[in-house]
Write a protein that binds this ligand. Sequence first.
Ligand code: NDP
Ligand code: MG
Length: 382
Amino acid sequence: MKYISLLGATGSIGTQTLDIIRSNPEQFKLAAMSAGRNLDLTRKIIEEFKPELVSVQGREHCAALRQEYSHLNIQFTYSEEGLVETACYPKADIVVNAVIGSVGLDPTLQAIEAKKDIAIANKETLVTAGHLVMKAAEENKVRLLPVDSEHSAIFQALQGENEKNIDNLIITASGGSFRDRTREELKNVSVEDALNHPNWSMGAKITIDSATMMNKGLEVIEAHWLYQIPYDRIKVLLHRESIIHSMVEFHDSSIMAQLGTPDMRVPIQYALTYPDRIPFPSAKRLKLAEIGKLHFEEMDFKRFPCLQYAYDAGRAGGTMPTVLNAANEAAVAGFLERKIGFLEIETMIEKALNRHTPISNPSLDIIREADAETRQFIRSIS
Ligand code: NDP
Ligand code: MG
């Protein structure tokens, strides 16, 4: 039996993780969970899974739940400290980090200190402080198991391989909701249009990130840290069907790829069962003869400037990726709140990057400062 601590249980990745736990009750048990503000769903999860520890964002919500479930033996906690407590829950064998944004950084670092393996969906944590997370993981000998489908594909392609033989990582991109629109056509797109992703059903922030292509940019930085590959050897390829989830090209010219129908539960489950695989009866099998053809195109960096910003920030290093991530989180929040237009997400990120002088090898405090200062700047121009 594997005991799981799930951060972000009420989100898109969180609920799909619960699906896997539900389908495999003899293998997995939800020991601890965190939610944000979705109390209705939190109640449902508590009643179904009866975790031992529950953390929510707000203090009042925590007090209400504690009273409501006083008949059950559950410990309730809240706020960012609650997230850390959930991440470090002693009984948990593995932490699934599926919160959104750099709020996931502290719980990740603390869980690593507590020697927990981490199934990491929360890519913002690796973007904002990849060097600290990787160093801590190495020092504490814990595994970071990728959940992001591209990074899981690379991880799977690397099994039994020597990482020294890698030439290139090839990350595939579906293109997001607006892949066939020109930049001119993007001026007045609505929040609803942007939330309508052709291949994947995901949380709001990552769906917008897919439309701006920032998601792919964040994934390039995520791959750089997870696999320690320089940016020049991380490529992005447009692949509309989202069937090949990513590839690894080796020195001898062989390319290993991982394929499947788009379903995040597959990489989530692999992170939980690694190095084993268990059946996944409800997964839709890939019927390649029916699909017939797969398509690939070069990425257009002019059409998707956020991807260029991410490569530039990654190469600049230091606090630059922190600024990229914080500016993006704040700008996407502004777009979702209808304060700024879609294309302003890009221009605001560019402004934040241009005004920042990177500090190399930043400490956690410097990262927190750069993150807070950048969010403040974006809010001031929104
Ligand atoms: P969602 O927005 O669907 O879920 C986010 C979760 O985090 C919710 O449980 C939410 O709680 C919680 N949360 C948000 N803010 C806070 C906070 N300040 N404190 C505590 N909890 C908080 O996101 P996704 O599931 O889409 O994404 C999660 C992560 O996984 C992201 O980093 C994303 O990039 C990555 N990812 C997602 C994929 C997908 O298919 N969705 C694919 C690959 C990667 P509540 O809702 O209760 O407020
Ligand atoms: Mg992805």
